[in-house]
Design a protein around this ligand. Structure first.
Ligand code: SF4
Length: 350
């Protein structure tokens, strides 16, 4: 069977399966493009189950695009705390402001126009326009790449942009009129049945009769992923300094990773207790006690942090450039990003 015929043949069973079996999720009610947009950005970095609560809280706080365009940045980052990749939240606000100014407060309908908005790439543009308006454009993410490469038994490297381009082209040629259900069906199948690791549940798959990887026994070999670049590893020591019940924090740089977020004072290597004491001496701080808060390994897309944390009860702090915040303020005002969360959790105030 030709590849195109094979893909053409999956459209009907997939749409029927999705309409019957697709999960009921908060952002799927009503097909509101604003809701789809927010959920898709959240889903880029977090699993569906975890996104549900963040999504509900976000929409409750910011029910309209206008609310998003007008929210203060720190409140927005606080609302986004726990989801990571804070630039995505900033881009949401920028895009909302652009929608207000250029599109009279209404989300543009076509994928082509959506691509002009900050933070909206091809996948998100396709997802919004197809789900909300049934525009016949594909939305190719990792799940979709896996499913389609298995259907056609392609061993091309899914980490290569060329592979994604080819799959997008192939799907464009066979998009049915129920474009939204088709795209969501592919994503849902990838989430629930055509799983990445271990064996996919082919016996439950509505596409099993059309799947070449299943026919050839290649489901465990496909998708092919050739990892070329190694992540850069960095060491950090996180010092949670406490003085009269207040905790020292500082704002990160204006640009770069975790820009403008707050962190505990951090040293760019792993220190022993002896070295921590020397560091405190350099800062002119007398410590009552030093307690190890354990270690944490944090993985970003291009780097990894090996972190160790210490809680320090200060006896005396001379001049300092840090912000001294009450514990509640760390929850309410100052967004502390994910890599620091395990240490924040372990803080013990006396
Ligand atoms: S038959 Fe198996 S490998 Fe093929 S699409 Fe379905 S679950 Fe994936």
């Amino acid at each position: 069977m030709e590849e195109k015929d094979r893909l053409q043949k999956i459209t009907k069973p997939l749409v029927t399966w999705y309409q019957k079996e697709g999960r009921i999720l908060p952002w799927r009610e009503g097909k509101d493009p604003y809701h789809i947009w927010i959920s898709e950005i959240m889903l880029q970095q977090t699993r569906i189950e975890a996104v549900k609560e963040y999504y509900k809280r976000f929409i409750k706080e910011l029910p309209t695009i206008q609310d998003l365009a007008n929210i203060e940045e720190e409140k927005l980052l606080k609302l986004w705390e726990g989801l990571g990749y804070y630039n995505r939240a900033r881009n949401l606000k920028k895009a909302a402001q652009m929608i207000e100014e250029k599109y009279q407060g209404k989300m543009p309908k076509s994928a082509k126009e959506l691509l002009n908005l900050p933070g909206i790439g091809e996948y998100t543009a396709g997802a919004i326009s197809s789900i909300a308006y049934d525009e016949k454009v594909p939305a190719v993410d990792g799940n979709v790449l896996r499913v389609v490469n298995r259907i056609i038994a392609s061993k091309k490297d899914v980490l290569e942009s060329e592979t994604k381009k080819e799959i997008t082209q192939k799907l464009t040629e066979i998009m049915p009129k129920e474009a939204g259900d088709f795209n969501e069906g592919l994503m849902e199948l990838g989430e629930l049945i055509c799983l990445p690791k271990g064996k996919p549940f082919c016996e439950k798959c509505p596409l099993q009769n059309y799947c070449l990887a299943r026919e050839k026994g290649l489901t465990e070999e496909i998708p092919v992923r050739i990892q070329k670049t190694k992540r850069k590893r960095e060491e950090k020591t996180v010092l949670v300094l406490i003085d009269k019940g207040k905790i020292a924090i500082q704002k990160r740089a204006e640009t770069g990773l975790l820009a403008r977020m707050y962190e505990f004072p951090t040293i760019e290597k792993q220190l022993t207790i002896k070295q921590v004491k020397e560091q405190l001496k350099d800062w002119n701080i007398q410590a009552k006690s030093i307690t190890k808060l354990g270690t944490h390994h944090h993985i970003f897309s291009h780097r990894e942090w090996d972190m160790v944390g210490f809680q320090i009860e200060c006896e005396k702090v001379n001049e300092s450039e840090w912000i001294w915040a009450e514990r509640e303020k760390l929850e309410e005002i100052y967004p502390i990003p994910g890599p620091y969360a395990p240490f924040k959790k372990k803080i013990q105030l006396t």
